[in-house]
Design a protein around this ligand. Structure first.
Ligand SMILES: Cc1cc2nc3c(=O)[nH]c(=O)nc-3n(C[C@H](O)[C@H](O)[C@H](O)COP(=O)(O)O)c2cc1C
Length: 154
């Protein structure tokens, strides 16, 4: 089974850490959203879509990409995120897009991610105090690996 994980990790690289942990278990190709090609994605049997959360939703780059995919009936997909809250309710827009493409929905994972900086164009603003410092930590990454292992049985 061919698997790939497409991710956008703009703020701290938090979601990329989770994506890497899952990719090792799934033997999946890691594809930053900027490098994703629709004509390549359609050949994967399972796709994971991961994102940080901005203003309550996954980054638009990732939901936009999923929305451009053709009918993906017969292919599996899962979604994941890191966020200040680490709340799966923030997946809604991405999940809707995945379902609208006809994917067989395989599951979702989220954990908290450090919130310590904000990037605006070429500038980075560092916050005085970080929220969720050090997250995703080893425990979060282990949970991500367990989630990925369970996907192998689906
Ligand atoms: C400007 C800004 C807005 C954010 N909005 C939310 C939010 O609405 N909900 C949430 O749970 N986390 C929010 N976060 C936290 C990020 O989603 C979190 O740091 C995430 O791990 C970033 O992932 P990344 O490093 O992969 O981009 C926000 C962070 C920033 C800097």
């Amino acid at each position: 089974m061919k698997r790939a994980i497409v991710y956008e990790s703009l703020s701290n690289g938090n979601t990329e850490k989770v994506a890497r942990a899952m990719a090792t278990v799934l033997d999946a190709k890691l594809i930053p959203v900027k490098e994703a090609r629709l004509e390549e994605l359609i050949y994967y049997d399972m796709l994971g879509f991961g994102s940080g959360i901005f203003a309550g939703s996954p980054y638009r780059s990732i939901t936009g990409l999923v929305g451009k995919l053709p009918d993906m009936k017969g292919h599996k997909a899962f979604v994941f995120s890191t966020g200040g809250e680490g709340n799966p309710k923030h997946h809604r827009a991405l999940k809707e897009k995945v379902l609208s493409r006809g994917f067989d929905f395989a599951g979702e994972f989220c954990c908290k991610g450090e919130v310590s900086k904000m990037k605006i164009l070429f500038w980075t603003i560092n916050f005085k105090e970080a929220t969720n410092p050090g997250q995703p930590n080893e425990e979060d990454l282990e949970n991500a690996r367990i989630f990925a292992k369970n996907l192998l049985n689906k």
